[in-house]
Design a protein around this ligand. Structure first.
Ligand SMILES: [Zn+2]
Length: 551
């Protein structure tokens, strides 16, 4: 196994030992709307009083070029264990266009007609009445295996179970918005009458978990909604109502019927883990550090990942570059920066990195500032085009020159027979072009393989599969020239003669009483910080640099 493959395998293992679910692939949680999503999560925690507002805060201290921030109840959000077992929640439309919730004791009704829902699937049904939801009459409902309904329009499953998705997706009733797996047991059924539509999830195992969850949604013709819970054992879920397509929401404490008179979505987010509030962390950092950084990288003393099941993620705070597949936007001020900050990387606990640099992971996440959102104008069945696999990562079958952002270094062993030979080694010439480090004429042509078949090993590799060396397959070689990328995306502006080539990076270590900034943790982070300067220079073929000291 090559060294990058070894490192990634080790980290997946380190993660799975402590995570709720075992990641099956490259566990990176970078999302295009990461900044508004994390800002919404901050508002949720602040509104729930899960976070102390920063009172007379102790200033942080800098050591070995690392900013150490101590949680004083303002950085780590408290857990919120599920407390709705045996409860009935009645949602009643209020005078402001939202809903009030009235909690009571409740029980589940009998099973109805089975919907025969497979894992990750949904079913469309006509309602026997026009159901008023946030002021709109709905006559179609979509029932999902994953514990929720959408009204009027459906949503493709598979986007994770985040607060952001609840808020910005279709109009939704989230009874237990979480990963559920009907392939391993339980059932989902419906009973329809002129007065009510009742949907029952009975004994559903959580995705990748050994447990059972039973709950029920009743849509009443009057416009009221009832959620009832039997035994619920999945530790993480979102419960509530959302009109959709809006970041406006009120954090709820459903079991106590709070708040009243809310407008917009009314949601409670249950979590059995403490999680880092990155917004508060960055704001605290900027209280005693200048606005001198393009990228801020955050490690913690213990696992506090606010995006469960992932290893790490990046958040784009602003973008002004064109031709890279990202819109222009700016949320830097929301994070406490006066305008310079472009990107935040969350690496989670530093402990897996005490002996290991993990530069592949760090450089992958840092690369998300610009990558990988480029497309070419080529017909493709994939929603992400032929260059990308999942959104933001290169296609497994793209000869990415062993890019840190996915794909593989692919060689054509014999005409029409290909093999992946290396992964996660560098920013490719295409990457460097998109980063503003290379001019178009400095990007050699590359290729992807269409219609991959006869895979060895014989596993279900997809465009979204994580990079892996030693996989061979047949297919049709399709050349891509940088002109094709420019034709689809527009030119990269500013180009490499004007774009910055050196980036200022700050490293933060968040500590608390449970996981203080011990000499071992600090030494590891100081080593990673210094080493990243050389790694980044090499990974960009000497065209780019990072400065990691604190001024
Ligand atoms: Zn990623």
């Amino acid at each position: 196994m090559s060294r990058p493959a070894l490192v990634l395998a080790f980290l997946s293992l380190a993660l799975s030992a402590s995570a709720d679910t075992i990641p099956s692939d490259w566990p990176c949680a970078t999302e295009p709307d990461g900044s508004p999503a994390m800002l919404a999560l901050h508002r949720y925690w602040a509104g729930r009083s899960g976070l102390a507002s920063t009172r007379g805060w102790n200033p942080g201290r800098d050591q070995d070029g690392v900013a150490i921030l101590e949680d004083q109840g303002d950085l780590v959000a408290a857990k919120n264990p599920f407390d709705l077992q045996g409860r009935l929640l009645r949602f009643v439309p209020n005078a402001t266009g939202g809903y009030d919730v009235l909690p009571a004791a409740g029980a589940l009704g009998p099973a109805g007609t089975s919907l025969d829902l497979g894992t990750g699937s949904f079913r469309e049904l006509a309602l026997p009445f026009a159901f008023p939801f946030f002021g709109n009459r709905q006559d179609r409902v979509f029932v999902y295996a994953d514990g929720h309904l959408t009204l009027g329009v459906n949503e493709e499953p598979g986007g994770g179970w985040s607060l952001a998705r609840v808020l910005t997706g279709p109009p939704r009733v989230a009874a237990l918005f979480t990963s559920l797996d009907p392939s391993r047991g339980g059932g989902i059924s419906v009973r329809l009458s002129a007065q009510a539509a009742v949907f029952l999830w009975q004994e559903l195992p959580g995705g990748g978990q050994i447990n059972r969850n039973s709950f029920q949604v009743t849509l009443l013709a009057s416009g009221e909604i009832e959620l009832a819970y039997g035994q619920v054992e999945s530790p993480t879920a979102i419960v509530g109502l959302a009109p959709g397509r809006s970041w406006d929401f009120s954090p709820a404490d459903l079991s106590s019927g709070q708040p009243r008179g809310a407008t917009g979505a009314l949601v409670e987010r249950f979590s059995q883990r403490e999680e880092l509030d990155l917004v508060s962390t960055l704001r605290r950092f900027y209280r005693d550090h200048s606005d001198a950084y393009d990228l801020v990288v955050t490690y913690t003393g213990r696992p506090l990942n606010p995006s469960p099941g992932s290893l790490a993620f990046e958040i784009n705070v602003q973008n002004q570059a064109s031709g890279i597949g990202l819109p222009a936007f700016d949320t830097a001020r929301d994070w406490g920066s006066a305008g310079r900050l472009e990107s935040i990387v969350f690496m989670d606990s530093v402990d897996p990195y005490l002996e290991l640099d993990g530069f592949e992971v760090l450089a992958h996440e840092a690369g998300h500032r610009w990558l990988a959102n480029a497309r070419v104008r080529t017909p493709s069945n994939s929603p992400h085009g032929v260059l990308q696999g999942s959104g933001g990562h290169w296609n497994f079958f793209l000869d990415s020159d062993a890019s840190l952002l996915g794909g593989n270094d692919i060689v054509e062993r014999s005409p029409g027979r290909f093999e992946t030979v290396d992964i996660a080694r560098r920013y490719s010439p295409l990457d460097q072009y998109l980063m503003g480090l290379r001019l178009p004429e400095e990007v050699p042509s590359f290729f992807y393989v269409e219609g991959a078949d006869d895979l060895r090993p014989n596993r279900a590799y997809k465009p979204s599969s994580g990079s892996e060396p030693g996989v061979s397959f047949t297919g049709v070689r399709r050349e891509v020239h940088i002109e094709d990328v420019i034709a689809a995306m527009g030119p990269r502006l500013p180009d490499a003669t004007r774009a910055p080539h050196v980036f200022r990076v700050a490293f933060i270590l968040v500590e608390d009483a449970k996981a203080p900034a011990t000499p071992a943790r600090l030494a590891a982070l100081a080593r990673i910080r210094r080493g990243f300067e050389g790694y980044f220079r090499e990974a960009t073929d000497g065209r780019g640099g990072v400065i990691t000291t604190l001024p």
